[in-house]
Design a binder for this molecule. Structure first.
Ligand SMILES: Nc1ncnc2c1ncn2[C@@H]1O[C@H](COP(=O)(O)OP(=O)(O)OP(=O)(O)O)[C@@H](O)[C@H]1O
Ligand SMILES: [Mg+2]
Length: 251
C-alpha cells in the first residue's frame, strides 16, 4: 500500500543568511492511509512547521512531499486543519462558519448543506446551527472548528494542539469525539500535541522530534486497538508508553 503522506528528506529554512534559521532538517516520515500519527517534541522543535509542509503552506528548501503517490508543492485541498484556538468568525452563525471553506473555494454552498448538518449532529451540536460562536463554550467552539475542517471531505486531518486550551474534562470528551470522527470519516490524521497521554490515547504511532533543527529522534508504535476507551489510561501498558515517550522527549 502507498503512504497517504510521505515526507522525504524535508528541510525547512526560515529567512536567509545569518538571520536565517533551519527549523527542521532531513525529516523522513510516512503516514499510511487511515493511520493516526502524533508528533511530539519540545516547544520550537518544528512540529507546526511539519504540519504546514504537509498542508503545502511551507515550501521546504530540500526534500519532497508526496501525497498518495503524487508530488505536491503547493497548497492543496486534501487536508483539513484544526488549530489550538477555534478561529471562528464572530459575526457568522455556526452553520455559516462551517460552510466558509466552501465559499472560499468557490464551491456550491447549497450542495454542502446536508454534509454540514450531518457533521453538526455527529459532534453533538444539533440545535446550535444558528447560534453565534460567542454563545458557545470553548469545547463547543472547537467542535464547530472540527466540522469546518472536515466540510470539504479532506482525506487528511491535521491537528495542531487542538485541545490544549480546554479543561481536562472537556479534553477527554474531545478525545472520544475525535476517535469517533476519525473512524466515521476514515481520514488519515496527523496530530501535534504537547500532551503525551493524548498522543498515546489517540495514535497508532508517536513520532518524537528533537530540536533544533527538528529531526525525527524515534518512533513508538502504540499497540492498542482503536477506538480506545478512556479507561485505558489507567493500565500499566498505557503508562509504560507515556513514560517511554516522555524520556525520549526529555533526553
Ligand atoms: N514564519 C516563521 N518565520 C521565521 N521563523 C519561524 C516561522 N515559523 C516558525 N519559525 C521558527 O521555527 C522554529 C520551529 O517553529 P514551529 O512553530 O514549527 O515549532 P513548534 O514545534 O510547533 O513549537 P511549539 O510547540 O511552541 O508550537 C522556531 O524556532 C520558530 O521560531
Ligand atoms: Mg507549534
Amino acid at each position: 500500500m502507498e503512504p497517504a503522506i510521505r515526507l522525504c528528506g524535508i528541510t525547512v529554512r526560515y529567512g536567509n543568511g545569518d538571520g536565517g534559521l533551519v527549523a527542521v532538517a532531513d525529516v523522513d516520515l510516512d503516514v499510511m492511509p487511515g493511520e493516526v500519527v502524533s508528533i511530539v517534541g519540545k516547544s520550537g522543535c518544528g512540529k507546526t512547521t511539519l504540519l504546514k509542509v504537509i498542508a503545502g503552506l511551507v515550501k521546504p528548501v530540500r526534500g519532497e512531499l508526496v501525497l498518495n503517490g503524487h508530488k505536491a508543492n503547493t497548497p492543496h485541498r486534501g487536508v483539513g486543519m484544526l488549530f489550538q484556538s477555534p478561529l471562528l468568525l464572530p459575526w457568522r452563525t455556526v452553520i455559516k462558519n462551517i460552510l466558509l471553506p466552501i465559499e472560499v473555494l468557490n464551491g456550491d454552498v447549497r450542495s454542502y448543506l446536508s454534509r454540514a448538518y450531518e457533521l453538526i449532529e455527529k459532534v453533538g451540536l444539533k440545535g446550535f446551527e444558528n447560534s453565534y460562536p460567542w454563545e458557545l463554550s470553548g469545547g463547543m467552539q472547537q467542535r464547530v472548528a472540527l466540522c469546518r475542517a472536515l466540510i470539504h471531505k479532506p482525506s487528511t486531518l491535521l491537528l495542531d494542539e487542538p485541545f490544549s486550551a480546554l479543561d481536562a474534562i472537556t479534553r477527554e470528551e474531545m478525545w472520544g469525539l475525535l476517535q469517533e470522527i476519525i473512524e466515521y470519516e476514515r481520514c488519515t490524521t496527523v496530530l501535534v500535541t504537547h500532551d503525551v497521554r493524548e498522543a498515546v490515547l489517540l495514535s497508532d504511532r508517536v513520532v518524537v522530534i528533537s530540536g533544533r533543527p527538528g529531526r525525527v529522534r524515534s518512533e513508538v508504535r502504540v499497540d492498542f486497538r482503536r477506538p480506545r476507551g478512556l479507561d485505558i489510561q489507567y493500565t500499566k501498558e498505557f503508562n509504560d508508553y507515556v513514560a517511554m515517550i516522555k524520556s525520549l522527549i526529555g533526553d
